[in-house]
Design a protein around this ligand. Structure first.
Ligand SMILES: [Zn+2]
Length: 251
C-alpha cells in the first residue's frame, strides 16, 4: 500500500511520541499514536510506562479530554494494536468501539500473542462517514469467514439490518419494563413507517433461558430488500450476520 507524504509525517509524529516512554515501558515496547481527521491531528498518545494505558487508548483518552469525538478519524500507531488482555484490555476493542475509521500501523507485532492470532485489521471504505458493512462482509468472505457475530449497540445493529447483511436474529427479552416515551430501543436507525415494512423473521423458535426469553429466526430475504427499511421494536440485541450471496458484487 502506498503511503502519502502526510501518512509518513503522522507516523513520524507517532514515533516521536513513542520515545517519551523511553526507560519506563519495559518489558513493553515504546508505542506512540496520533488521531487524524481532515488532515489535522486531533489527539496524541503514547505508552508512558508499563501498566499504563497503551498508546491507542492514551490517544483516545486525549481525544475525549479535548472533547473531540474520534469517530471517523484515522489512527496512526507505531505498532499493531494488541488483541489480547494483558495489564490492559485489548486495544483492538477500544479502536473498534471508538468509531475510528482507519488504522495505519507502523509495524506488525512480533509478540506471538498478537501476531498469528487472527488479529487483522481489515480496511474497508466508508459510506456516509460509516464503515461500509457490505464491503466489510465481502472482505471477510474473501478470507473464508462466512459467519460473523456482531456485538454492538443499537446503531450498529440497525445499520447491519439496513445494510441487508443480517441473516439470523437472536432477540433476548428480559422480564424488565423500562417505560418512557423517549426510551431508547434496542435498535436505532430511522425505523419503518408502517408495520408492513417491518423485517420479518421466519422459522422462528422461542426458548426460555433462565428468566429471559430468546426469540430466534431467519430474516425473510424479501423483507429487507429495500435499504430504507428499518425494524420493529424487537429486542435484537444480538445479530448473527453472514455475508449474503450478493455481498461480493458490491458496486
Ligand atoms: Zn494495546
Amino acid at each position: 500500500m502506498a503511503h502519502s507524504e502526510a501518512d509518513i509525517e503522522y507516523m513520524r509524529r507517532a514515533i516521536e511520541l513513542a520515545r517519551r516512554g523511553t526507560g519506563f515501558t519495559n518489558p513493553n515496547p515504546l508505542v506512540g499514536a496520533v488521531l487524524v481527521r481532515n488532515g489535522e491531528i486531533i489527539a496524541e498518545g503514547w505508552h508512558a510506562r508499563c501498566g499504563d494505558l497503551h498508546a491507542e487508548r492514551a490517544a483516545l483518552a486525549n481525544c475525549r479530554a479535548r472533547n473531540i469525538s474520534p469517530e471517523g478519524a484515522t489512527l496512526y500507531v507505531t505498532l499493531e494494536p494488541c488483541c489480547h488482555t494483558g495489564k490492559q484490555p485489548p486495544c483492538t476493542e477500544a479502536v473498534i468501539e471508538s468509531g475510528i475509521a482507519h488504522v495505519v500501523v507502523g509495524s506488525t507485532d512480533p509478540n506471538p500473542l498478537v501476531a498469528g492470532r487472527g488479529c487483522e485489521i481489515v480496511r474497508v471504505p466508508e459510506h456516509d462517514g460509516r464503515i461500509d458493512l457490505r464491503q466489510l462482509m465481502a472482505a471477510l468472505g474473501k478470507r473464508g469467514i462466512d459467519s460473523v457475530f456482531i456485538e454492538g449497540g443499537a446503531t450498529l445493529a440497525a445499520c447491519a439490518l439496513e445494510a441487508g447483511i443480517v441473516n439470523h436474529v437472536q432477540a433476548f427479552i428480559a422480564p424488565k419494563i423500562f417505560a418512557g416515551v423517549g426510551a431508547p430501543s434496542p435498535l436505532g436507525g430511522t425505523g419503518v413507517e408502517s408495520p408492513d415494512q417491518a423485517w420479518m423473521l421466519s422459522a422462528t423458535t422461542v426458548e426460555r433461558i433462565g428468566d429471559d426469553v430468546l426469540i430466534e429466526g431467519d430474516i425473510v430475504a424479501s423483507a429487507n430488500a429495500a435499504p430504507e427499511h428499518a425494524t420493529t421494536a424487537h429486542d435484537d440485541e444480538i445479530a448473527n450476520a453472514a455475508p449474503k450471496e450478493d455481498a461480493c458484487s458490491q458496486d
